[in-house]
Design a protein around this ligand. Structure first.
Ligand code: PLP
Length: 485
């Protein structure tokens, strides 16, 4: 005993001694009522100072692990000894205790079952921002600014609806996008993904059916499945969802909800035209279907004119659009801050669902983001990031056009491109062959709602260097040609 104590330089010594002694007691190496070495003995055995052991023993006594007997020393409290190695007790089989919600989450978990990139591989699977662009100095300053202003407030409980200054900022931000905020309200969430889950948990499932674009965001598909929805995907055209397809599906059967990604759609990168936005809204409104608008990528426009989000296009009495915003692509996904802008009545209920679920999104994250935005950093950062992404975007397009024997390439902006080969092509086979050469991408089938898309793939370029964009796309292209011959 005591020979396996490993001292780490970066943690207070007395805490290390305390934790080590706790482990000896809970594993039963030190038995109930057993006498501990004296502070002097232990300091020699563990090669730490006597003061270190004194502090450790004092804390262990405070925490109820040991007791002192005057003139005799310290002893192990009986209820502590051996708790982690109790012999009685049968093993519980967890499988029958897991519900379908959890099973679907696991089955559709791409981090566990998706494409794995070997170390050093060129990976086009990510559409996360390039962390090399993050302006850490301004983030640090924003954190210190806010903490010095109201650190105590930020560290206590906040409000389910969100941090008020951030809510007000985002309301103005949405107004600047042309949204009439009359009759609407805003709730802060932990990113788009939580917002979607809150909305799905809040709305009635009368028919159990949801409409969306086909293909669409994999995380959305996963959440629809987990909530038991039947998913109908409507085919895409170069300027967004097919209106004929949408009208066809709407006339066929009733739906509870629609989910649309009108700008820089994931995975196709397509931007829905303004005219289409108006017509899609008119159609969905006619059938009185709430529309979840995913505005995650809206700012990543490199050319063409600004197109207002659906929530701004919905005119007159139309209060059916639930806008879900996120800073995950345009700023820092690690902060996990997103928002819902929707009709006041809906936000009233979403606020309570959010409170029941998680109380609120971390106020520290929200206030840091607010201060960063308030300090005027966002505009500067976005300009710089967009210039970099635009360059990579244009390079990736040039490489695809030069090397890949494709039928169609789409992507009007954002952080990814979408490639379609001839209908008989199998991108899973291409992936296996490319992976063996150290290049991976996301096969398009995972985004499809109808089991299709075997001939498609998504190329995320944001975190790939210029050199690797050229090299990787060349390898994909050359390998595809071999498979075609
Ligand atoms: C279509 C779409 N919406 C939203 C998001 C952002 O989700 P979150 O805010 O939860 O990070 C992503 C991220 O990849 C996405 O692809």
């Amino acid at each position: 005993m005591y020979l396996d104590f490993k001292f780490a330089d970066d943690r207070p010594a007395y805490i290390q001694v305390k934790d080590y002694m706790k482990r000896l007691m809970t594993t039963g190496a030190l038995q109930a009522d057993q006498k501990l070495p004296s502070t002097r003995e232990l300091s020699v055995l563990l090669r730490v100072s006597r003061n270190t052991v004194l502090s450790a023993y004092s804390d262990l006594e405070d925490e109820g692990y040991i007791y002192a007997v005057k003139g005799q020393g310290h002893f192990v409290v009986p209820s502590v000894s051996g708790v982690s190695v109790q012999r009685e007790g049968k093993r519980l089989d967890w499988a029958p205790h897991l519900n379908d919600y959890a099973r679907l989450a696991e089955e559709n978990d791409l981090m566990k079952h998706g494409i794995r990139a070997e170390k050093g591989a060129i990976s086009f699977t990510s559409i996360a921002p390039d962390e090399k662009l993050f302006d850490l100095q301004n983030v640090k300053r924003a954190f210190l600014d806010r903490m010095s202003l109201e650190g105590e407030v930020l560290l206590n409980y906040g409000y389910a609806k969100g941090y008020k200054p951030l809510i007000d900022y985002l309301l103005r931000y949405m107004e600047n996008k042309g949204v009439n905020i009359q009759g609407k309200d805003l709730l802060i969430t932990s990113g788009f993904t939580e917002a979607l889950s809150l909305v799905l948990s809040t709305l009635n499932q009368g028919h159990g059916r949801i409409l969306c674009e086909n293909p669409t965001h994999h995380t959305a598909i996963k959440n629809f499945k987990m909530h038991g929805y039947d998913i109908t995907g409507v085919e895409m055209e170069p300027d967004g969802i097919s209106l004929t397809g949408l009208a066809r599906e709407l006339s066929k059967r009733p739906y509870d909800l629609a989910y649309l990604v009108p700008s820089y759609h994931n995975p196709t990168g397509i931007v829905m035209s303004h005219q289409k936005r108006l017509e899609a809204l008119r159609l969905l409104n006619e059938y009185q279907i709430p529309v979840i608008e995913d505005g995650f990528n809206e700012e990543l426009r490199y050319s063409g004119s600004h197109i207002a989000p659906l929530v701004a296009c919905a005119g007159g009495e139309n209060n059916s659009v639930i806008y879900l915003g996120s800073f995950s692509k345009i700023l820092f996904p690690g902060l996990r801050v997103g928002w819902v802008l929707a009709d006041k009545t809906l936000i009233h209920y979403l606020e309570s669902v959010k409170r029941a679920r998680s109380i609120h999104t971390s106020t520290l994250d929200q206030s840091l983001l607010y201060q960063y935005l308030y300090n005027g950093n966002f505009e500067k950062y976005l300009k710089r990031a967009k210039a970099e992404y635009k360059r990579k975007y244009e390079l990736a397009i040039r490489c695809c056009e030069e090397w890949i024997p494709m039928e169609r390439l789409s992507g009007d902006g954002g952080l990814h491109l979408f490639v379609e080969f001839g209908p008989d092509f199998r991108t899973r086979e291409l992936l296996a062959a490319c992976s063996a050469q150290g290049v991976v991408f996301t096969p398009g089938d995972i985004f499809h709602t109808d089991g299709g898309g075997h001939h498609t793939m998504r190329l995320g370029f944001s975190r790939v260097s210029d050199e690797n964009i050229e090299k990787g796309i060349r390898i994909i292209g050359e390998t595809a040609r071999k498979l075609l011959n």
